[in-house]
Design a protein around this ligand. Structure first.
Ligand SMILES: [Zn+2]
Ligand SMILES: [Zn+2]
Length: 149
């Protein structure tokens, strides 16, 4: 005798997507396609790279000791894109983005992966002391103002 798995009337476990979530997800994708938003990298002085470098991710250390079993979360530390070192934030570590440069990278294809081969040439502002920058429009890592002079 055959019996289906859901014969007892249980819903399958796991996250379910409601129609509302599905529609809002579609709207989010559509907005991103029609109006691409630039990256917002944080330029911070990196003592390893010797200048202001883009930091786009954060690292957070959560620790617990035997004496104090509660989880202690340290302040999130921005991670340097170039050397992958995390830096705790200090006062005045964010130099002003006052130097405009033109992107030397290539644009991304919108629907397929890879680069389209067309130059990006987007203009964006970075700190004058940045050895390496990332274009906020095509995410290409390239030489900053200190190496272009
Ligand atoms: Zn670095
Ligand atoms: Zn670009």
């Amino acid at each position: 005798m055959r019996r289906s798995r859901n014969s007892r009337g249980h819903e399958p476990e796991g996250p379910e997507m409601t129609v509302r979530e599905f529609v809002s997800g579609l709207a989010f994708i559509a907005r991103d396609v029609w109006r691409p938003t630039p990256r917002s990298d944080l330029y911070l002085d990196c003592d390893v790279c010797g200048g202001a470098t883009p930091h786009s991710s954060y690292r957070q250390i959560i620790s617990a000791t035997k004496e104090n079993p509660t989880l202690v979360a340290a302040l999130p530390e921005p991670v340097c894109v170039v050397c992958r070192n995390a830096h705790p934030r200090v006062l005045g570590d964010e130099p002003p983005c006052d130097t405009a440069i033109v992107c030397t990278g290539q644009r991304r294809r919108r629907w397929r992966s890879g680069r389209s081969g067309r130059p990006c040439r987007a203009q964006f502002t970075v700190p004058a002391s940045a050895p390496t920058v990332i274009c906020p429009w095509c995410s290409t890592q390239q030489d900053g103002p200190t190496k272009r002079r």
